[in-house]
Design a binder for this molecule. Structure first.
Ligand SMILES: [Zn+2]
Length: 103
C-alpha cells in the first residue's frame, strides 16, 4: 500500500484515485478496448491525461502500430462518454421492449 502525496492516506497500488481525498495518483490513465471481432480487428487505446493540458488521447491500433490518433478536450471527452452511455441504454431498452412484446 502506498501513501497519497496529497493527504497521506493509504492507497492500494491499483487505485487510480485516493479514496480519502480524490487526488489522482497517476498523471495518465490508460485503458485498451478490443475491436469487435466480426467487424474488424485491432483496438482502441484511450489515454486520459490528468495533468495540464488535460485531454483524452484516442488511438486506433492494429498489431503493435498506431494507425490514427486524436486528442479530445475534457468537454468533448465527456460528450463522447454520454453519447456511448445513451446509445447503450437505447440498445438495452430495445431488448427489454422486444422481450416484453413476446409476453
Ligand atoms: Zn489523498
Amino acid at each position: 500500500m502506498r501513501r497519497c502525496r496529497a493527504c497521506g492516506g493509504g492507497v492500494e497500488d491499483e487505485f487510480r484515485f485516493c479514496p480519502h481525498c480524490g487526488k489522482a495518483q497517476r498523471t495518465k490513465i490508460v485503458e485498451y478496448f478490443q475491436g469487435h471481432p466480426d467487424v474488424g480487428d485491432g483496438g482502441l487505446r484511450v489515454s486520459v491525461y490528468l495533468t495540464e493540458p488535460k485531454h483524452a488521447r484516442l488511438s486506433v491500433w492494429r498489431g503493435e502500430e498506431a494507425q490514427a490518433a486524436i486528442s479530445l478536450d475534457p468537454d468533448e471527452s465527456g460528450r463522447l462518454g454520454r453519447f456511448l452511455l445513451a446509445a447503450g441504454r437505447h440498445r438495452h431498452q430495445s431488448l427489454v421492449s422486444r422481450v416484453l412484446s413476446h409476453l
